[in-house]
Design a protein around this ligand. Sequence first.
Ligand code: UD1
Length: 332
Amino acid sequence: MILLTGGAGYIGSHTAVELIEAGYDVLIADNFYNSKPEVLDAIEKITGKRPALEEIDVCDVNKVDAMFEKYDIEAVLHFASYKAVGESVEKPLMYYRNDLDTLLTVMEAMKKHGVNNLIFSSSATVYGVPETVPLVEGMPTGCTNPYGWTKYMAEQIIQDVCYAQKDMSAVILRYFNPIGAHKSALIGEQPNGVPNNLMPYITQVASGIRPHLNVFGNDYDTPDGTGVRDYIHVVDIAKGHIAAVKYAMNHKGAEVVNLGTGNGYSVLDIVKTFERVNGVPVPYQIAPRREGDVAQCYANPDKAERLLGWKAEEDLDSMCKDAWEWEKHITK
Ligand code: UD1
């Protein structure tokens, strides 16, 4: 059985679908802090199989221990964490407590129960302000906010544990910018309140929930002056986890791997592509730069292909289409 902590969330739920379709038994541990129980129904509808569920907080040592007793767990995909950058700046203790506690609790249970395979959700945010792009895994790291530091610290913790426990295997996945949704439009991203990230904001503008998009800065040193990112389809991200699980089961030690496409697109590229493929207008205004943003951030994805045999397949048109189909599904 494969355990997905935070498996009802955006990336966890897409990964659950891909795992079930690849023949794995899936167990989701989630407290639905930032997700909904109906996600399990949607996963069942897509795959024909309902994942097992433990509704627990993975900071709870006793409940996590009991879960590891109850199920025969081969690998853990650790998604459970808080993820809002701005909130992490306002509430650093909440972020450090939760995001490190969940990891430590899960890793202690893994050690106690002899579970040796861990896949961890890290982020391209650990590259801080990149000196050059595309980003290669060995490049310098450093963060600009507590959320980023929790990922940075978690990476270090995992590497130290793998050094001490020679039978341990971990793949640390540095996600670039996951967007889009499953082709069924039954699962996708459901931000609480005003979205922080670009694509959920665009879909809410397109559906009339918000009047316009604020483009945060058009004076960056990029082709059109707006920020450049490596947007990647969430289903590609999910498939990257399957490849990582297979790799972890056959290797020891820790590896850090970028999950990106290698393509950089600007904010205006995304707006234009979204309007073209979906035939809906996305009114926008140029606004001041957002604090902490960098001009450009995109991956060199070669290591993922070399090590895991994985490569992103979906293009930007498909990401924009699927994001819009999902938005229409949730607002109808
Ligand atoms: C953000 C986080 C990053 C996190 C990732 C998770 C920050 C500074 N970084 O990345 O740590 O891992 O989300 O998905 O928050 N933009 C607009 N208008 C908007 C929203 C965004 O112009 O309303 C622009 C941004 O300035 C940026 C691009 O769109 O150039 C992407 O922004 P976003 O989706 O928030 O992702 P990141 O900032 O790259």
